[in-house]
Design a protein around this ligand. Structure first.
Ligand code: HEC
Length: 203
């Protein structure tokens, strides 16, 4: 056998075994995976609709993934559960509706797989996104103030305005009102919740 043939065969086998192991076998393992019907008759996970779907697009195009993961590791593989990032580990079924998934690899900030369960308050998310220093002094998360309209002293305060706590006002603005984009991101964050106890996540 010529050396060229052995080299070509080696390259072919390397590529073929990678494709088999990384694409074909996982696809075969998970293709039958379906949402689970919960005890209350609803399904988990549900598709993203309306504001949540729009919020997901914004999460992707703003690059939140560069600082946040959405995957809780099992006990014994880090402190994710001890830190309160989830009540159980993440499993493939959690991501059935996520195309593309937002697993992420960087954890400059906390994991957000279950942020909707951990922090359900829309007001908190609004203040935090507008200026992370308000809720989390010392945070290195950038401000996303363009998701909000500022309301100044003396202006009419709309119903959906969120008050900036006294002493935390960086300008004359006293309230913020989420724009469509702000509302969408918050709806998406509130929906992130992997706390339903899936049977396969017990092992
Ligand atoms: C440069 C890195 C960085 C980027 C980009 C970033 N974050 Fe953060 N984020 C952090 C850090 C650090 C924290 C922890 C401190 C804090 O609460 O602000 C955090 C905290 C959070 C929290 C609160 C988590 C908790 O457990 O209390 C949420 C929600 C959040 N980020 C959402 C987002 C969203 C949505 C985006 C994109 C629009 C984003 N982050 C972009 C760094 C980042």
């Amino acid at each position: 056998m010529s050396r060229t043939f052995i080299l070509a065969l080696g390259i072919f086998l390397t590529i073929a075994s990678s494709i088999t192991g990384l694409v074909i076998i996982p696809n075969w393992q998970f293709k039958a995976l379906q949402p689970i019907v919960k005890l209350d008759g609803t399904r988990y996970p549900e598709p993203y609709f309306g504001e949540q779907a729009k919020g997901r697009e914004i999460y992707i195009n703003q690059g939140c993934i560069y600082c946040h993961t959405q995957q809780v590791r099992m006990k014994g593989y880090g402190a994710d559960i001890r830190r309160g990032w989830g009540t159980r580990r993440s499993v493939p079924r959690d991501y059935l509706m996520d195309r593309p998934h937002q697993l992420g690899t960087m954890r400059t900030g906390p994991d957000l797989a279950s942020i909707g369960a951990r922090q359900p308050s829309a007001e908190w998310h609004a203040l935090h996104l507008y200026n992370p220093q308000i809720t989390s002094p010392g945070s290195v998360m950038p401000r996303f103030e363009y998701f909000f309209r500022e309301v100044y002293d003396g202006e009419v305060i709309p119903n959906d305005a969120v008050k900036i706590p006294r002493g935390r006002q960086a300008s004359n603005a006293t309230h913020i009102v989420p724009t469509d984009r702000g509302r969408a991101v918050i709806a998406y964050l509130k929906r992130l919740n992997q706390s339903y106890p899936l049977p396969e996540a017990n092992q």
